[in-house]
Ligand binder design. Structure first.
Ligand code: FES
Ligand code: FES
Length: 152
């Protein structure tokens, strides 16, 4: 049975009916037409669908929509007009860390979460934050270097 949830997505409050099996990714992409969050593997393994749930990065393909009841979600659409996004984007460009861009929204959300947690992450913390995010075309080193550029 569909359930009504109350949630805040990108600073906007929503009351929405969600079917029990609907994932957060489906809610974002199919119901709210927020297509910046990408669907890759669909089973929690590639990181393309990463969004922030109460400031923590989650893989939206394995979170059920009803689990966001009472919580706050930020997607790449909510970040894109902020200074943080501009800084991350500039670092990616400077380090040649984007090719097709499919994986990029997921990486950006993971980096945003990392830099909210700590302004001076160690190499290990950067590796851990980016771990499990798959990219088929850009070297992982350039993405790692983009994060290091941000913390210099
Ligand atoms: S689409 Fe969600 S982790 Fe790959
Ligand atoms: S830039 Fe193409 S998958 Fe990462």
């Amino acid at each position: 049975m569909a359930k009504e949830i109350k949630t805040t997505i990108n600073n906007k409050e929503y009351k929405i009916e969600v079917p029990p099996q609907m994932t957060l990714l489906e809610l974002l992409r199919e119901k709210l037409i927020m297509t910046g969050t990408k669907e890759g593997c669909g089973n929690g393994e590639c990181g393309a669908c990463t969004v922030l749930l109460n400031d923590k990065p989650v893989r939206s393909c394995i979170v059920l929509a009803h689990e966001i009841d009472g919580k706050e979600v930020v997607t790449i659409e909510g970040l894109k007009d902020t200074g943080d996004f501009k800084e991350i984007k500039d670092a990616f460009i400077a380090e040649d860390a984007v090719q097709c861009g499919f994986c990029t929204p997921g990486f950006v959300m993971a980096i945003k979460a990392l830099l909210t947690r700590t302004k001076t992450p160690t190499n290990e913390e950067i590796k851990e934050a980016l771990g499990g995010h798959l990219c088929r075309c850009t070297g992982y080193e350039s993405i790692h270097n983009a994060v290091k550029r941000l913390v210099k």
